[in-house]
Each structure stands twice: as C-alpha cells, then as structure tokens.
Design a protein around this ligand. Structure first.
Ligand code: NAD
Length: 492
C-alpha cells in the first residue's frame, strides 16, 4: 500500500516509532494508503525544526517583500497542481471532485492576497506629548504556529492559516486530520519548490491525542490556529491558557436558514437545499436549521423535498454526482445515531429513512428532512455534520430572530426576503459571524470568516487577519539632553 511521510526540517520522514495508520477511501469503503502514526517525539522534532527556522537568518532576515514573492510562487504552484491535489482530497474524504477543484482553484487567491499584504503591515510614529521622547510601533511575527485542521476541506482550512501566517513571518507545524492527511502531505512538496527555507513548514500526521495535544502544549509554540469541533476547541483553549498562547478557533455550527413568505421562493429553495445537502452536509456552515414562515410552511417543504429527492448520489469523482459519501466510518456512525435519536424523540420525516435511495457499498446517507422540529430538541441543537435538515416553523420576524439565536453556535445564518428594511433588522439582530442575504455559502479571501459563541474565537481571511499572526511592539526613545527627573514617579 502506498505510504506518505511526514515533513520535518525539509526531509520526508516516517514517524519516530515506525508506526503507520491507514487512510480510508469512503466511496469504496476500503483503505487506500498509509500515513505516519506519529507521537510526541515527532512533534518535538517538528517544533524544534520550526523554531530553528524561525531564528535562522534565511527566514528571519528575509524581507517581507521577498516573503511575498515566495507566497506568490506557492500560489502559482497550487494552480499548476490543482487537479492532482483535488483528486487526493476526494480519495481521502469522499467530497465531490467538482467541489474540491473549485476550492483548489480558489486557494491561490489567498496566497496571492497575503503575498501582497506581506510588506504592507506598517507600524507608526506616535504623536507623543513628551517632546524629548520618540515613540513608535512595529509589528513582529509570533514565532512557531501550530495549525490543526479538520478533514472536510483540508487544504482550504490550512490555507486560511498558512497564507497570513507565513506572510507575517512565522513558521509552522501542521497537524492535518488523521482522517484526511494526504493532500496536506502532497501540498508540502510545493513549499520547498516555491523556495521556502527548510523547516519553515513542517507536517506531522497522527491523532488528536497523540500529536495534537503535545503540539498544543509544547512550550515553543506561540499560537494555535485550529479548525474542528467545539469539543476539541475547548480542550485546546484550556491547554493554550496554561501558557497564555494566542489562539484562533474555527469551530462548529448549527446555522439557521430563515425563509420569509416574501422571498424569491425558487432561489430560497435552491439555497436551502444546497446549504444543507452540498458536501453531504459536512461543512461547518451547513444550513442545518430551516426556519420557515408558517404561511408558506407546507409548500416550501415540498419544494425542498423535491430538490433533495432529485440529488444524484454516487461516485465523488464523477462530474455529474451531486452528493458523495460521508468521509469516514466513525463519522458515518455518528450521523446514523443522530438520525435514530431524532426518530426516537418523535421527529417526523419529510424525506429519508429509505435505504434503497443510496448506492450500496460506500458510506452514503440519504438526504434527510425532519419537519415540525422543536428548536429545543437535540435534533435542532446538536451539530450533526451530515445531510440532515431540521425544519422549524415561525410566525413573525421577532420569533424567527429569537429561534435563530437560541443556539450555542453562531457561525453562519441565511436570510431570504425581499424586504430591505427587514434585511437590516435581521442582519443586526442575528448572533452570527457571517450573515448571508438571498445567498448562502459564499466565502472569499477578502472577507473575514469565523464564529461567535461556541462557533469560535477570532476570524480568518481579510486584510486585518494578518495581524492575528503578529504582535505589536512599542518603542520609547529618550532623546533629551537633560538629566532624568524624579525616577520614583511614572512617566505619564
Ligand atoms: P475534530 O475536532 O474531531 O478534529 C479536528 C482536528 O483536531 C483533527 O486534526 C484532530 O486530530 C485534532 N484534535 C482533536 N482533539 C484534539 C486535542 N485535544 N488537541 C489537539 N488536537 C486535537 O473535528 P473534525 O471531526 O475533524 O471536523 C469536524 C468539525 O470541524 C465540525 O464541528 C465542523 O463544524 C468543524 N469545522 C469548522 C470550520 C470553521 O471554519 N469554523 C470549518 C470546517 C470544519
């Protein structure tokens, strides 16, 4: 079976223990390759390499303009290798080749954008009121960043961390998900090809406990940039607090798609269906709660049900397929349990529960719609991360807003209406990192992305986020010829 190796200090290496773990092809439901099953020894070697690289003149003395040039080259190399990298992602996580290709073709935009920003982060000379002091600020990189990613879009999630973090002058140890490591390992080849010095980017594969936890706890790691579940995010945040490490946490969601009776209902139905069934619901921003105005309740459910029923389920490599399998066996089991729990709680199927609706063999789940769901139920509150929609009725705008915000999460929200005044009221009232109006699942390198409440801390993408990989230093220079005054009073 094909084996892929870690990258530490510019060298391809197996785990120190010599252990390997399999990676599953969820469409065939069979293991297709192996990656290193690493542990703390590998983490220590990778952090040491990243720290050495951070301090080396080859990286620390490189001008921001030169770093930008490397990032631009890396973006170009990703474009050249998009097809190969997308195919590896599909093999590993079962998402559609169509979707992964779109991601891979968009990823260079992040590298090009932050390449341009690398030499535009400016400190300032401050108008201090003391005439004999010169005061200025500079922005410096943090040091070694640990980037820990989920399996659903490995390279996109990594890019959101790596592009601003490298532009800012940091070095990285990356831990991809144990369920989809291969595209990250293959991508790492392009780092050296682009001309980054050895050790600036390192990749260590393994589980959250064996690799993620020691990486988070390593004293030489300055920042943790994490995408994953709120449970793991909480553990990471606790561990990071011990050493006051900087964190960015991109966590889960239970996003509401809110459809009012005055919406363009064709567009809304398409947006709702793609919001939950695209990528088989395995996106953090899945619109998994449909809040539906009572006056259009039955007819709109019927529209979404008809769209969901027509989804072509099958081989993720086939360009005609619209929904592939779930990504791994453990996750498949979790989604099935959530559906069974909902049934046990008395939830009513508008679509689902038909084993003949999906191809045999792979880890497929039929698009599933539950109607008349109580917003208090487990079905409406727990992130399922699968193709399962909970439909909840509402009467008016106030009730819609209340239901939407009654969730521990706050990552994304969709509003479908033609009433512009309502748009302003809803976008202001929704507790959500992103609100989409008459659209859904739009993201860009220009637009900050992230969550409120249990959906995370911090933002990724956009101009300001390069500073989340930097720290500000203030310098005071006394240029007075006079002897200092009373040394026992503060200079305010
Ligand atoms: P997960 O939390 O199980 O794992 C994510 C990563 O964290 C993996 O690499 C895992 O090995 C590692 N990890 C787990 N426990 C750890 C620990 N204690 N210390 C350090 N590392 C640890 O999540 P998942 O199942 O891979 O991904 C699905 C989750 O990710 C969903 O909740 C989804 O909403 C979320 N997600 C969020 C975003 C976003 O941008 N907000 C994007 C994609 C996915």
């Amino acid at each position: 079976m094909q084996r892929f190796m870690n990258l530490i200090a510019g060298k391809r290496v197996p785990s120190a223990s010599g252990k390997w773990m399999p990676s599953l092809d969820p469409f065939r439901n069979e293991n297709w390759c192996e990656v290193p099953d690493s542990d703390e020894a590998d983490v220590n070697a990778a952090v040491q390499a990243a720290r050495t690289a951070f301090e080396s003149p080859a990286w620390s003395a490189m001008t921001p303009t030169a770093r930008g040039a490397l990032l631009r080259r890396l973006g170009d190399l990703i474009t050249e290798n998009a097809q190969r990298l997308a195919e590896l992602e599909v093999r590993d996580n079962g998402k559609l080749l169509n979707e992964m290709l779109i991601q891979l073709r968009a990823i260079p935009q992040w590298f090009h954008y932050y390449a341009g920003l690398a030499d535009k982060v400016e400190g300032g000379v401050l108008p201090a009121y003391k005439p004999d002091h010169f005061v200025y600020t500079t922005w410096e990189p943090l040091g070694v960043v640990a980037a820990i990613t989920a399996w659903n879009s490995p390279l996109l999630l990594l890019t959101w961390k790596l592009a601003p973090g490298l532009a800012a002058g940091n070095t990285f140890v990356i831990k991809p998900s144990e369920f989809a490591s291969v595209s990250t390992l293959a991508f790492a080849d392009l780092i050296a090809e682009a001309g980054f010095p050895d050790g600036v980017v390192n990749v260590v594969c393994g589980t959250g406990l064996a690799v993620g936890a020691p990486l988070v706890g390593h004293p030489d790691v300055a920042k943790i940039a994490f995408t994953g579940s709120d449970n793991a995010g909480r553990a990471i945040n606790h561990a990071a607090a011990d050493d006051f490490k900087n964190v960015t946490l991109e966590l889960g969601g239970k996003s509401p798609n809110i459809v009012f009776e005055d919406a363009d209902l064709d567009a809304a139905a398409a947006g709702v269906a793609s919001g939950i069934f695209a990528a088989a619901g395995q996106t953090c921003i899945a619109g998994s709660r449909l809040l539906l105005q009572r006056s259009i309740y039955d007819s709109f459910i019927e529209r979404v049900r008809a769209l969901a029923e027509s989804i072509k389920i099958g081989d993720p490599m086939d360009p005609d397929t619209q929904m592939g399998p779930l990504a791994n066996t453990a996750h498949y089991g979790k989604v099935q349990t959530c559906i069974e729990d909902a049934e046990r709680e008395g939830a009513v199927f508008a679509l689902g529960n038909n084993p003949d609706a999906v191809p045999s063999g792979g880890l497929f789940v039929q698009p599933t719609i539950f109607r008349d769901v109580s917003n208090d139920s487990q079905l409406a509150q727990r992130e399922i991360f699968g193709p399962v929609l909970a439909v909840i009725p509402f009467d008016d705008e106030d009730e819609a807003l209340k239901l939407a915000n009654q969730s521990k999460y706050g990552l994304g929200a969709g509003v479908w209406t033609q009433d512009m005044a309502r748009v302003f009221r809803m976008t202001k009232g929704l507790q959500s990192g992103t609100v989409w109006v008459n659209t859904y699942r739009a993201v860009s390198h220009l637009a900050p992305f992230g969550g409120v409440k249990h959906s995370g801390i911090g933002r990724e993408s956009g101009q300001e986020m390069i500073k989340s990989y930097m720290q500000c230093k203030t310098v005071w220079i006394n240029n007075s010829k006079e002897a200092p005054g009373n040394p026992f009073v503060m200079r305010l």
